[in-house]
Design a binder for this molecule. Structure first.
Ligand code: MG
Length: 472
C-alpha cells in the first residue's frame, strides 16, 4: 500500500527535475570552404556544378544572400571568424603579404580570445580539421591551433600552394606543376607530423573521416567542430571517385567532393540522433580566385573575386541548418557577416562574451531561430589595415577599391563611389552625385568606426617581422 505514494513522489520529483534542468547545449559545427565563390553552388545558381547536399541543407535550413566574410583573403578572414573582431584589432591584417607565409613568424596573438576558448569552459569539447593559416608552429609552438582553444587538430598549417618542394619543375605560369608529388604541404595530427607531403587527392576524404569520428566520439557531450576545407583553393585536387565527375572540370569535381563531405556530416548527425541539437553553418573564407582562370571559381553576378574589395571578394555563400529550430527553406536577405558567428555561437552555448575588448560581431541567434526578427547588423566595413568601403542597408560607399588580387596600391576615390546593391549588385553604376546625403551620412559612420580602431602594440609586436604600416 505504501508503494503507490512512493511511486507518485518519484514521478513528481522526476518531473520537477526535468522542468528545472536547462535545455541541452547545442553542438556547433562551422564548415569553411576556401576561395569558394558566391556563384559556385547549385542553390546559388551555378548551372553545371552539382551540389545536392548543400542544396538540401539550404532547403531544410536558411540560405543567406548578403553574407560577408570579414576579409578578401584567407588569414585575416579566419582570424575574424575565430575572434569576432575585425582583424586589424588582432594584428592579423598587418602582414605585408596580407596572408601568413610558411616563413612568417607571426601568428594569432595569445591575447586574442577565440571561440573554442570561450566554449570550453561552457562544457564543450572542441576540435578542428583542415587548414589553419593563423600561424605556423615550426618557429613558435604558440602558433598551433591547440594553443588557441582546440582539444584536437588534424590538418595543414597554411594554404596548399605554399612550400612547394625545392626543385619542383615549373609549369608555364612559373609556378610548380599541380602534381601532388611536387607539393610538400605537411599534414599534422595535433603537434605530430603525419605526412609530408600530404597526398592532396585524399585531403577532403581524410578531413571528412576525422570530422565524422569526432562527432561520433563526442555525441554525448556538447561539441564545437571547426571544419576548414583546404579546397577549392588552387592547386586543385580531387579523389579518384570525384575526378572527372563534373561538367565544370576539375574545379567542379573539387566542389562536388566538398558537397559530398557536407552530406556525410549531415547524414551522420541525422543517424546519431543529433540533428535536432546541432547548428551547422557553411560558408567560405573569401571570394573566388579569378586570376587562376579555369582553376578558379565564380562570383556569379558580383564584381571581381578574391583579393578585391568589390563584392565578389567578400560576399560569399552561407547556409545555416538546425532542423526543428531553424525554419526550413528560408532565404535571409539581412546584412550579416562571418564576424557574427562568434557572438551567436557564444549566446547559443550559454557562454559569456569576453569583457574589456571590442567585439565587432552581432548576436544573430534570434534571427536564425525566428526569421521574422529584424536584422541585428546595420553596418559592414570592408577593411584590412586600411578602410576600403562601408555598407549600410543597400548602400555601399568605396573610399578605396582593391580592384583585384595582387594590386599593390588600391584606387582612391574623391569623391567616394556609391552603389545601390539592391538595384545594382554588380556595382556598375556610381550614384554618389545623385545621393549626397547618403554619402555624407556614411562618411559620418566611418569617422565613428575609425575612432574605435586602436591596434594593441603588444599584439602587433608578435608580428613585427611581417608588419606593414598600420593605418586607419
Ligand atoms: Mg581563401
Amino acid at each position: 500500500m505504501k508503494a503507490i505514494p512512493l511511486i507518485l513522489a518519484c514521478l513528481f520529483c522526476a518531473a520537477a527535475l526535468d522542468a528545472a534542468s536547462p535545455p541541452p547545449k547545442p553542438n556547433i559545427i562551422v564548415i569553411l570552404a576556401d576561395d569558394l565563390g558566391y556563384g559556385d553552388l547549385g542553390c546559388y545558381g551555378h548551372p553545371t556544378i552539382r551540389t545536392p547536399h548543400l542544396d538540401r541543407m539550404a532547403a531544410e535550413g536558411m540560405r543567406f544572400t548578403d553574407f560577408y566574410s570579414a576579409a578578401e583573403v584567407c588569414t585575416p578572414s579566419r582570424a575574424a571568424l575565430l575572434t569576432g573582431r575585425y582583424p586589424i584589432r588582432s594584428g592579423m591584417a598587418h602582414n605585408q603579404f596580407r596572408v601568413l607565409r610558411t616563413r612568417s613568424t607571426g601568428h594569432l596573438p595569445a591575447e586574442e580570445i577565440t571561440l573554442p576558448e570561450l566554449l570550453r569552459p561552457a562544457g564543450y569539447t572542441t576540435g578542428m580539421v583542415g587548414k589553419w593559416h593563423l600561424g605556423v608552429w615550426y618557429f613558435n609552438p604558440d602558433g598551433h591551433p591547440r594553443r588557441h582553444g582546440f582539444d584536437m587538430f588534424l590538418g595543414v598549417p597554411h594554404s596548399n600552394d605554399m612550400d612547394p618542394t625545392a626543385g619542383a619543375p615549373k609549369g608555364a605560369s612559373g609556378r610548380p606543376d599541380p602534381n601532388p608529388a611536387w607539393w610538400s604541404v605537411p599534414l599534422y595530427r595535433n603537434e605530430e607530423l603525419a605526412a609530408r607531403p600530404a597526398d592532396q587527392t585524399q585531403l577532403t576524404r581524410l578531413y571528412t573521416e576525422e570530422a565524422l569520428k569526432f562527432i561520433r566520439d563526442h555525441k554525448r557531450q556538447p561539441f564545437f567542430l571547426y571544419f576548414a576545407h583546404t579546397f577549392p583553393h588552387v592547386p586543385l585536387f580531387a579523389s579518384a571517385q570525384f575526378r572527372g565527375s563534373s561538367r565544370r572540370g576539375l574545379y567542379g569535381d573539387v566542389v562536388e567532393e566538398i558537397d559530398s563531405s557536407v552530406g556525410q556530416i549531415l547524414e551522420t548527425l541525422r543517424r546519431e540522433g543529433l540533428a535536432g541539437n546541432t547548428l551547422v553553418f557553411f560558408t567560405s573564407d573569401n571570394g573566388p580566385w579569378l586570376i587562376m582562370n579555369q582553376q578558379g571559381g565564380s562570383a556569379g553576378l558580383l564584381r571581381e573575386g578574391k583579393g578585391s574589395t568589390w563584392e565578389g571578394g567578400l560576399r560569399v555563400p552561407a547556409i545555416a541548418w538546425w532542423p526543428g529550430r531553424i525554419k526550413a527553406g528560408v532565404v535571409n536577405t539581412n546584412l550579416m557577416s562571418m564576424l557574427d558567428l562568434f557572438p551567436t555561437a557564444v549566446k547559443l552555448a550559454g557562454a559569456e562574451l569576453p569583457r574589456g575588448r571590442i567585439i565587432d560581431g552581432c548576436d544573430q541567434s534570434a534571427a536564425l531561430l525566428d526569421s521574422a526578427r529584424s536584422p541585428r547588423r546595420s553596418m559592414f566595413y570592408y577593411r584590412g589595415t586600411r578602410l576600403y568601403a562601408v555598407r549600410k542597408d543597400q548602400w555601399k560607399l568605396h573610399l578605396l577599391t582593391q580592384k583585384g588580387y595582387g594590386q599593390s596600391q588600391p584606387d582612391a576615390h574623391e569623391p567616394p563611389l556609391l552603389f545601390d546593391l539592391n538595384a545594382d549588385p554588380g556595382e556598375h553604376f556610381n550614384l554618389s552625385t545623385n545621393h549626397p546625403a547618403v554619402v555624407a551620412s556614411l562618411l559620418e559612420e566611418i569617422e565613428a568606426h575609425r575612432a574605435t580602431i586602436v591596434p594593441v602594440p603588444s599584439q602587433l609586436e608578435s608580428l613585427r617581422q611581417d608588419n606593414g604600416v598600420a593605418s586607419k
